[in-house]
Write a protein that binds this ligand. Structure first.
Ligand code: ZN
Length: 82
């Protein structure tokens, strides 16, 4: 694998993923990231639940605050040496 998604890239791609708009290549990388990154797996689950509740996804459903929380958690995790 020549390029692994970072958590930042993952969060940026999540709407496209959930809308089925990713290229096959990006989709594969996205799914591989979910398999080894618990934080992102949880985030995807939360997004899916939001969609299930709301019927559809719009940009407004992803609050900047939620994104910031996720990315801060990742930053802490990385500082611990992973
Ligand atoms: Zn991640």
């Amino acid at each position: 694998m020549d390029h692994e998604l970072s958590c930042q890239e993952f969060v940026e791609l999540i709407t496209e993923y959930l809308e089925g708009a990713l290229t096959a290549d990006n989709r594969t990388r996205f799914e591989m990231h979910v398999h080894h990154c618990e934080g992102c797996a949880t985030y995807v689950d939360q997004m899916r639940q939001t969609i299930a509740l709301m019927g559809k996804l719009t940009e407004g459903h992803i609050s900047e605050q939620a994104k910031a929380n996720v990315l801060r958690a990742f930053a802490d995790w990385k500082r611990e040496g992973h």
